[in-house]
Design a binder for this molecule. Structure first.
Ligand code: CTP
Length: 178
């Protein structure tokens, strides 16, 4: 584990650029961030408070397909939304399971963090940087939003139309009797 020290260049009005050593803590996380919700926002807010530079790997559509996940929002839009969140400095595509080690090294990452639904899953990266898992925001997930949106499925709408047809016929029937 290394001390977070990165060389950086500053410019003063009079002098040419001056190279100094400053402590920069770089945080890295990954996720799909489909149907962006408040759980995603809270996680990114907490992560940006943990360091000076936050990098987010957003899973590509192809990677999601390989995991058996179908996203509603395409990669370019998910990446644009995540990149627009205050505190996110860089978005990179997450294209496979294996790229994490390379990303940690190439971006000089100090802290790798995921939500605790992944607890223990990435402990093997501890030889490169600190690995942590943060508690998820309770009561919201992309899966639960998808479940709510299922109401709009054509098959579900058809089911509801046929149920309403039955109710309407029953009402007509009782109206005729009175
Ligand atoms: N996350 C969180 N709190 C939530 C939902 C997600 O902190 N309520 C975190 C996850 O732990 C992960 C990151 O946000 O580190 C990206 O999660 P992602 O899998 O894209 O979102 P989910 O809502 O968990 O999606 P799904 O329901 O498809 O698993």
């Amino acid at each position: 584990r290394h001390t977070p020290t990165t060389s950086c260049q500053i410019k003063s009005p009079r002098s040419r650029s001056l190279r100094i050593l400053v402590a920069v803590t770089t945080v890295l996380t990954y996720g799909t961030f489909d149907l962006f919700h408040v759980g995603h926002l809270r996680l990114l807010e907490r992560l940006s408070e943990r360091g000076d530079r936050l990098i987010v790997g957003v899973s590509t559509d192809n990677f999601n397909v390989s995991k058996g996940k179908q996203t509603v929002v395409p990669y370019a839009d998910r990446a644009a939304i995540v990149g627009a969140i205050k505190g996110v400095d860089l978005v990179i595509p997450e294209e496979n399971w294996e790229q994490k080690r390379q990303n940690i090294v190439e971006h000089d990452v100090d802290l790798f963090v995921m939500g605790d639904d992944w607890a223990g899953k990435f402990d093997d990266l501890q030889d490169l940087c600190t690995v942590e898992y943060l508690p998820r925001t309770v009561g919201v997930s992309t899966s639960s939003l998808k479940e709510i949106l299922r109401v709009l499925d054509p098959a579900h709408i058809e089911e509801m139309q046929s149920a309403l047809g039955v109710v309407s016929r029953l009402l007509d029937h009782y109206r005729d009797l009175t």
